[in-house]
Design a protein around this ligand. Structure first.
Ligand SMILES: Nc1ncnc2c1ncn2[C@@H]1O[C@H](COP(=O)(O)OP(=O)(O)O)[C@@H](O)[C@H]1O
Ligand SMILES: O=P(O)(O)OC[C@H](O)CO
Length: 485
């Protein structure tokens, strides 16, 4: 049997999943990842914990499935920066996570120098701390001796895929795929190569960078599992692939730590006039693929905050029952701008707000407002995409928080569109497994994997458009309040 092992290194947890060639899940293992918040606006992960947790999950999933994988696919939280010593394989610092805002002032400096339009033209991205380049520069400037060592070629930079690939191949391979490279602010998405101009702007030595390859193909061998690593893609691009959204105009929204709405635009890079970014989609073969993306920084993470920050619930899954304990949010709106606001506002300095409280407000209302905030932010992304001319007739969804029926129904209600949840909501992992299967020759073509997608449940809109409009207007008012501060 051709089993495919997917390593899904997310922001909240590391997971390993084993699928058979028909996309059926054979076994899974998961480890939650420690979040470090050393200062307000800073978010770090321990790169050693990422590796050890991911390896432990892979071993456990393979043991449970009782098979040897034919190929391994890696998919990962994107933009997060790992800097390590090529000789010892030791990280020089904790990984700076995509949600980390410490470089906001540096981004503002570059904007004041008028560099954003040029950077945007080359990368498809906006100047925001979200992306890797300014985080990497911060490490080079703040870790003793790092810049000189980087210039001497002693250090390696990688997004989390590169870090895992390096560890899995015992330091033999330093590479990434185009979808991950396109999140760094250092990669020219049109030419498909690192850009010397961008390296100059951000002060990054080229010697640090991994080689960039298509998303399916031979990346190296993981000796421990006796299998080739044959697929790599950033988690949102992997999810787009796993949703069988392979053709221009097809879209998905993933509800994980953040929310990410991506629409495939084929071999054409399309730019947005409404706050979305242009990114590389997973690439099979030589022809680059593109997507339009809206990125929300705090999606399911707002539920983690209810759990860990406020202690309102003990597990994320409990939020649905608590939110359903009240008929509506009672006029309470939560804008979870805990890591600034991403698309379509791009305000690194924004802070969160809880508005509309009365003496009658309860934990239930706050939980409901938290769940609704995930759908409101996603609705803003879809609106931006429609304003850019996308004609979406349905939305495919996935990710941990898409298990929440209340959230999915509210999402359909706000959008006035059917929300389609597939049987496998671990679409990110499935996408990575399918890319690996293509890369290792288990499947003949991407089209062959398209037939694997199966519907679990369609959420049809039930709310009147008037009511949805009123709710969206209430959200809009709260966001404007946050942006005005
Ligand atoms: N039933 C639920 N309702 C709302 N949010 C949930 C639910 N279950 C999990 N989540 C949230 O989903 C996120 C985990 O989703 P996942 O896809 O595993 O994320 P990631 O890939 O970012 O690690 C967490 O932020 C968690 O709080
Ligand atoms: O960890 P996730 O699944 O929320 O994804 C994180 C994104 O890749 C950040 O761009």
């Amino acid at each position: 049997m051709d089993a495919l092992l997917a390593l899904d290194q997310g922001t909240s947890s590391s997971r390993a999943l084993v699928f058979d060639r028909s996309g059926r899940l054979l076994a899974a293992a998961q480890r939650e990842l420690t979040q470090h918040f050393p200062q307000p606006g800073w978010v770090e992960h321990d790169a050693a914990e990422i590796w050890e947790g991911q390896l432990a999950c892979a071993r456990e999933a393979i043991a449970k499935a009782g098979v040897k994988p034919a190929a391994i696919g890696i998919t990962n939280q994107r933009e997060t920066v790992v800097l390590w010593d090529r000789r010892t394989g030791q990280p020089l610092h904790k990984a700076l996570v995509w949600q980390d805002r410490r470089t906001a002032e540096f981004c503002e400096d570059l904007k004041r120098q008028g560099l954003e339009p040029r950077i945007r033209a080359l990368t498809g991205l906006v100047l925001d701390p979200y992306f890797s380049a300014t985080k990497l520069r911060w490490l080079l400037d703040h870790v003793d001796g790092a810049r000189a060592r980087a210039e001497r070629g002693e250090l390696a930079f990688g997004t989390v895929d590169s870090w895992l690939l390096w560890k899995l191949t015992d330091g033999q391979v330093h590479a990434t795929d185009a979808s991950n490279a396109s999140r760094t602010l250092l990669f020219d998405i049109h030419r498909g190569d690192w850009s010397d101009e961008l390296l100059g702007i951000f002060g990054i030595p080229r010697a640090l960078l991994p080689e960039v390859r298509p998303s399916a193909g031979a990346f190296g061998t993981a000796a421990e599992f006796g299998a080739p690593i044959a697929g790599i893609a950033g988690d949102q691009q992997a999810a787009l692939f796993g949703q069988a959204a392979l053709a221009p105009g097809q879209a998905k929204n993933t509800y994980g730590t953040g929310c990410f709405l991506l629409m495939h635009t084929g071999a054409q890079a399309r730019s947005s006039a409404h706050g979305l970014i242009t990114t590389r989609a997973a690439q099979v073969g030589a022809v680059p693929q593109f997507a339009l993306e809206g990125s929300v920084f705090v999606g399911g993470a707002v539920v983690q905050w209810l759990r860990d920050g406020l202690g309102l619930i003990r597990s994320s899954a409990e939020v649905q029952a608590l939110a359903e304990s009240v008929p509506d949010s009672g006029g309470v709106t939560l804008v979870p701008a805990f890591a600034g606001l991403g698309a379509p506002h791009w305000r690194a300095d924004a802070r969160g707000a809880l508005v509309g409280l009365t003496r009658g407000s309860t934990r239930g209302h706050i939980a409901r407002a938290a769940v609704e905030s995930i759908a409101f932010q996603s609705a803003e992304l879809l609106q931006a995409m429609q304003n850019d001319g996308a004609a979406l007739t349905e939305l495919r969804v996935d990710g941990g928080a898409s298990a929440n029926d209340l959230l999915m129904q509210f999402q359909a209600d706000l959008l006035g569109l059917p929300v389609l949840r597939p049987k496998v909501i671990e679409t990110t992992a499935l996408g990575a497994a399918l890319l690996a299967g293509i890369g290792a020759g288990v499947y003949g073509s991407p089209e062959e994997v398209g037939s694997i997608w199966q519907l679990d449940r369609a959420f049809e809109p039930r709310m009147s458009r008037d009511e949805a409009g009123a709710r969206l207007a209430q959200w809009d008012r709260a966001v404007r309040q946050v942006l005005a501060e």
